[in-house]
Design a binder for this molecule. Structure first.
Ligand code: ZN
Ligand code: ZN
Length: 399
């Protein structure tokens, strides 16, 4: 069973009323979903007290992605040739002048989407596009249908198997275009297809395409010489090219995150730097040098001014995305060198409510950092090699 904190509204306390079913209670609930580096398992924890709520067995070790709504966590299993869906059990709904929060048990759903080598996951407005590299096929499902147990899967094919990505814009889909002569090499660009799968645009050139994210109404896609910036248009998505500024050194972005609450993008730029991107600014790119090589980074959805970068010396850094500066650093783990294989077990970062969580796979530990003070709060033991981590939750009223 799940546990959560319940606070009676201040007004009720002041008037000496006890909480009753007719009074709206404020509820806060956050959950962590943590997969293992080597075992086909997903742990579900209550982020507020660290209690384990459930453990789900997947087919293969999973990469975890949460939907924008937080209602669903997708377990993408490249080596299991399947994507499984977990109902997070937490759903927020907008009641206009206030928000409601409903909390139920987390559930591994029966619905799964099968195909060869799924890797990239993109949720855009509740349309989840999963790209299966082994087939060069994108499979698109609606989150609502997936939770209801009856997803109709829309397939969009490309010319050849490749490490690709798809992004759904309503009925339109942005789709990577493989390098026809050498499909195993990097991609040439993005094309747009309509509801019937017919091509509606010329190729938007984007050599070396890798990395995509959404922030506000914009989607950014990283290329060798700049970013494609896409947004919904009147008939079809409009796509523009934003070249890297000539103030940046030689390099490129290959991984992107989108700001929540503030519209910006955070990307890597070489092994030991990140870049803050505001596509609407005159000077769109600000590069921030890191003390050592970057392991992982995450944006803070609760405190939009901050993002976090974990570096191979075992430190977590707080990045102020407004000033573009690292404002605090905290030593957390033994060094995790970026030498060795890219997929070796190394820490991952997620933010849940008032805390930042960092997995420490070689120590079977989850570190908990107080988000306000940026000091370590406690450790939670997690069996095996805790690796990927996503958080869902929020606050709202229950009536
Ligand atoms: Zn309500
Ligand atoms: Zn990739």
């Amino acid at each position: 069973m799940f546990r959560f904190f319940r606070t009676v509204s201040a007004a009720a306390l002041l008037t000496g009323l006890s909480a009753t079913a007719s009074l709206a209670d404020e509820l806060t609930a956050w959950r962590l979903f943590i997969s293992d580096h080597g075992e086909p398992v997903v742990h579900v924890l209550d982020a507020l007290n660290g209690n384990e709520l459930a453990t789900f067995n997947t087919k293969a070790p999973a990469g975890l992605y949460r939907s924008d709504s937080g209602k669903t966590v997708f377990a993408v299993q490249r080596d299991g040739n399947i994507v499984q869906a977990i109902s997070s059990g937490i759903s927020a709904s907008d009641h206009g002048d206030h928000g409601d929060l409903k909390v139920e048990d987390a559930k591994l759903l029966d619905t799964a989407i099968a195909g060869t080598k799924p890797v990239h996951f993109v949720d855009h407005g509740g349309n989840v596009a999963l790209f299966f590299d082994g087939e060069g096929i994108a499979r698109i499902v609606s989150e609502g249908d997936t939770l209801a147990g009856s997803p109709s899967i829309r397939e969009v094919k490309t010319a050849a198997p490749h490490h690709g990505v798809a992004i759904a814009f309503g009925d339109h889909v942005l789709l990577t275009e493989p390098n026809k002569a050498k499909p195993e090499e990097l991609l040439v660009g993005i094309r747009v297809v309509d509801a019937e799968g017919a091509r509606v645009s010329d190729l938007h050139s984007c050599p070396d395409l890798h990395g995509e994210a959404a922030s506000g109404n914009l989607v950014a896609i990283a290329c060798a010489k700049g970013l494609l910036i896409a947004q919904a248009g009147e008939k079809e998505p409009s796509i523009e090219f934003l070249p890297y500024s000539d103030k940046l050194p030689e390099g490129k972005v290959t991984m992107l995150l989108g700001g929540k609450g503030l519209q910006y993008f955070l990307g890597n730029y070489g092994p030991s730097a990140v870049v803050l991107i505001d596509p609407t600014a005159d000077d769109a790119f600000r590069r921030i040098e890191l003390p050592t090589r970057r392991v992982h980074f995450a944006v803070d959805p609760v405190r939009p001014k901050f993002a976090y970068v974990f570096t191979e010396d075992g430190k977590l850094h707080r990045l102020d995305v407004v000033s573009g500066e690292i404002v605090k650093s905290l030593a957390l783990t033994e060094p995790y060198s970026m030498d060795g294989h890219w997929s070796d077990p190394r820490p991952r970062v997620a933010v849940a409510g008032d805390a930042i969580f960092v997995t420490d796979p070689l120590k079977s530990t989850l570190h908990v950092i107080d988000a306000a003070s940026f000091e370590k709060n406690r450790d939670i033991a997690i069996e095996g090699k805790p690796f990927n981590i996503v958080a869902v939750g929020g606050s709202g009223e229950t009536h």
